[in-house]
Write a protein that binds this ligand. Structure first.
Ligand code: 5GP
Length: 184
């Protein structure tokens, strides 16, 4: 039988090469804080939370379980990265499936870096005429792109390093790490 591409032991060995930037406990605490803000802001509203796949899937699942007001979940998928490098071209691979016209949409992103992906998605969502669109991003990379005003809820600001874990990958791996880190 052929050996799996990456074995668990490889992942654990690599862990010694990863610097933890935000621990599991810090993330949990921050997700709870964001959930309280979202509950206050969307009380009594028709909220649709739209996760941007794949990177946001863990953040989104923790966030929606912490928000104690009714909401609907949907997803879309865009891609712009190949081999951990930004190609500069944002492609919509699949779109949301439920109508969002007249509803309050909360886009959930893993990380906003140049903001190119976010701008693309916002334009796309606004064409569907929702009542409002806001953005929650687990991470915001301070690269001077000047797009912070587009992000309403920020988990953490990160240095300009390639980060992994808690949904974020490197070549498809490391999404399952419970913390956020960067290679040393
Ligand atoms: P932007 O379009 O803002 O430059 O990049 C946003 C997207 O690029 C994110 O949704 C994510 O998929 C990817 N990305 C940007 N920076 C990083 C990073 O440091 N780590 C990982 N894993 N993905 C990143």
């Amino acid at each position: 039988m052929k050996a799996p591409l990456r074995q668990n032991s490889d992942l654990y060995m690599k862990k010694n090469e990863i610097e933890v930037l935000f621990t599991k406990e810090q993330i949990q605490k921050r997700v709870e804080e964001l959930a309280r803000q979202i509950e206050d802001d969307y009380h009594g509203r028709d909220l649709v939370v739209v996760g941007v796949l794949k990177g946001a899937f863990i953040f989104m699942s923790d966030l929606v379980r912490s928000v104690k007001t009714p909401l609907a979940c949907d997803f879309l998928r865009v891609s712009s990265y190949e081999h951990d490098k930004n190609t500069g071209v944002v492609r919509m691979e699949f779109d949301t499936t439920q109508p969002i016209t007249g509803k309050d949409v909360l886009l959930v992103e893993d990380i906003v870096d140049s903001g190119r992906t976010l701008r693309h998605i916002l334009k796309h969502m606004e064409a569907k005429e929702p009542r409002s669109v806001k953005v929650a991003s687990l991470l915001y990379k301070e690269t001077g792109a000047g797009i912070k005003k587009l992000v309403n809820y920020i988990g953490f600001e990160t240095p300009d390093r390639y980060v992994i874990g808690y949904g974020l990958d490197s070549e498809g791996i490391y999404r399952s790490l419970p913390y956020i880190g960067a290679f040393k």
